[in-house]
Design a binder for this molecule. Structure first.
Ligand code: ZN
Length: 115
């Protein structure tokens, strides 16, 4: 494990940023050298990864922001899945009469006739 020096920790708080990372390699943390666990929304200095422990130590506010963002994204995904589930159910339980009318509308759409 790499030791931190004063020069490296000087204003490291200001340098650690959240970034969208599309390279999911377990590069070592640029501050402490420990293994990182990149997940797509990661901490870094430039494009070099910073581990969660170092981010918590040097920039705890962005750790909270990341947790909120991930929680929000998870909720949005869950709501989207729920919406898709409802749409599928609506289609499955659509009455025969409505299905026939929809098919006839589709078939006659080019003729300008509506059912
Ligand atoms: Zn670290």
């Amino acid at each position: 494990m790499k030791k931190e020096t004063k020069e490296e920790t000087g204003d490291v708080e200001k340098k650690i940023k959240l970034f969208l990372n599309n390279v999911l390699t377990n590069d070592p943390c640029v501050i402490c050298g420990n293994r990182t666990e990149p997940g797509g929304l990661d901490f870094g200095i430039g494009k070099s990864l910073v581990c969660v422990e170092c981010a918590k130590k040097h920039a705890p506010e962005i750790v909270e922001i990341r947790e909120e963002a991930l929680s929000f994204a998870k909720r949005e995904k869950s709501m989207l899945a729920s919406d898709i589930r409802h749409k599928i159910n609506d289609e499955i339980y659509l009455s025969v009469e409505k299905r026939i009318l929809r098919i006839l509308d589709e078939a006659c759409k080019d003729d300008g006739i509506s059912f």
